[in-house]
Design a protein around this ligand. Structure first.
Ligand code: NAP
Length: 254
C-alpha cells in the first residue's frame, strides 16, 4: 500500500481485513531530507493521520517505527521514553512529528523507537562495511557517535511476539511509544570492528571523528536508548547487539 494515499490503504484493509498493520514505510534518506523537508514531513508524519483514522475505524493494531534521531544526543546516559525530544535533523523532526500525530489521534499503536538497523538485506551499514573491506582493504570509521546497533531480524521476531501477546494471548499492553534496543552500546567504529572480527576479516581499521565525513544532517553524539520500559511491560527479553551481529553473520553465511 502507498501510505501517502488514503484510498490505497483503505483498499488494502478491505482486501485483507488485518488485525494488525506493521508500517515499515517511511522517508528514510537522512541526508536528502535536509533538501526536501516537506516531502519527508509528508511521508513520515502527515500520511500517518489517515493511517491512524483507518486503524481506529477497524480496530487494527498499528506497529510503527521511529528513531533515536528524535533526540539531540547531549545526554550521557540511555534515553528513556519520557526524555525531551529535540531532533537535530529534518528527518528527525519529521519522525518526531509522526510520533506526535499517532499519540494525538489516539491510534491503537505501538511506536517502537529503534536505532542503527541492519541485516543481510537492503542497504545498511553492515553491508557497506563488508563491501568496503573487500574493495579498499582498510577502513576509517567514526568513533564519536554512540548508540546501539539493532539486528532487523531480531526486531521482526520481537514485533511478532508483541502482536502474539496482544492479539492472541489478549494481554493488555498500553499503546504508545517504546524504546526497542539491543543491550550494550557501541560507536560506529566499535560496530565496524566487530563486523570485521566476527567475519574473520583482518584489515586495518582506524577511528576518526564525525568531522572526517562532513554531512548535511547533524546526528546525535549519544543516542543509546533504554529498553527497560519495553521489557518490563512485555517481558520480551532483549538480546545484546553482539548476539544480533553474530546471528546476522550466521544468516549471511547460510
Ligand atoms: N535504518 C535505520 O537505521 C533506522 C533507524 C531508526 C528508525 N528507522 C525506521 O525504521 C523504519 C524502517 O526503516 P528502513 O531502514 O527499513 O527503511 P528503508 O530500507 O528505507 O525502507 C523504507 C521502505 O518504505 C517504502 N516506502 C517509502 N515511501 C512509501 C510509501 N509512500 N508507501 C509505501 N511504502 C513506502 C520504501 O519503498 P521504496 O524503496 O520503493 O521507496 C522502502 O521499501 C522507518 O520508519 C525508519 O524511519 C530506521
Amino acid at each position: 500500500m502507498d501510505i501517502t494515499n488514503e484510498e490505497s490503504v483503505r483498499l488494502g484493509v478491505q482486501r485483507h481485513f488485518p488485525k494488525a498493520i506493521i508500517n515499515c514505510a517511511a522517508y528514510t534518506n537522512v541526508e536528502k531530507a535536509e533538501d526536501e523537508p516537506e516531502i519527508a514531513m509528508f511521508q513520515n508524519a502527515t500520511a500517518l493521520r489517515a493511517l491512524s483514522t483507518i486503524c481506529k475505524e477497524h480496530n487494527i493494531v498499528l506497529i510503527h517505527f521511529s528513531t533515536d534521531y528524535v533526540f539531540n544526543g547531549l545526554k550521557k546516559t540511555p534515553y528513556t521514553e519520557s526524555d525531551y525530544c529535540n531532533p537535530l535533523s529534518k528527518y528527525g523532526e519529521s519522525k518526531r512529528e509522526g510520533e506526535i500525530i499517532l499519540d494525538l489521534e489516539k491510534a491503537p499503536h505501538y511506536t517502537l523507537r529503534v536505532s542503527w538497523l541492519y541485516s543481510t538485506f537492503g542497504n545498511n551499514f553492515y553491508k557497506t562495511i563488508l563491501r568496503r573491506a573487500k574493495e579498499m582493504g582498510y577502513l576509517r570509521v567514526v568513533d564519536d557517535q554512540i548508540a546501539s546497533p539493532t539486528y532487523a531480524s531480531h526486531l521482526a521476531s520481537d514485533v511478532l511476539r508483541l502482536l502474539e501477546i496482544v492479539l492472541i494471548e489478549k494481554k493488555s499492553i498500553p499503546y504508545g511509544i517504546y524504546h526497542y534496543e539491543q543491550t550494550g552500546e557501541a560507536s560506529w567504529f566499535d560496530f565496524a570492528s566487530a563486523i570485521l572480527e566476527y567475519s574473520g576479516i583482518n584489515i586495518p581499521i582506524d577511528p576518526v571523528t564525525t568531522e572526517a565525513f562532513p554531512m548535511k544532517a547533524a546526528r546525535p553524539t549519544y543516542s543509546k536508548m533504554s529498553g527497560h520500559l519495553f521489557f518490563n511491560t512485555t517481558q520480551i527479553k532483549q538480546r545484546s547487539w553482539q548476539e544480533g551481529l553474530q546471528a546476522c553473520i550466521a544468516h549471511g553465511q547460510q
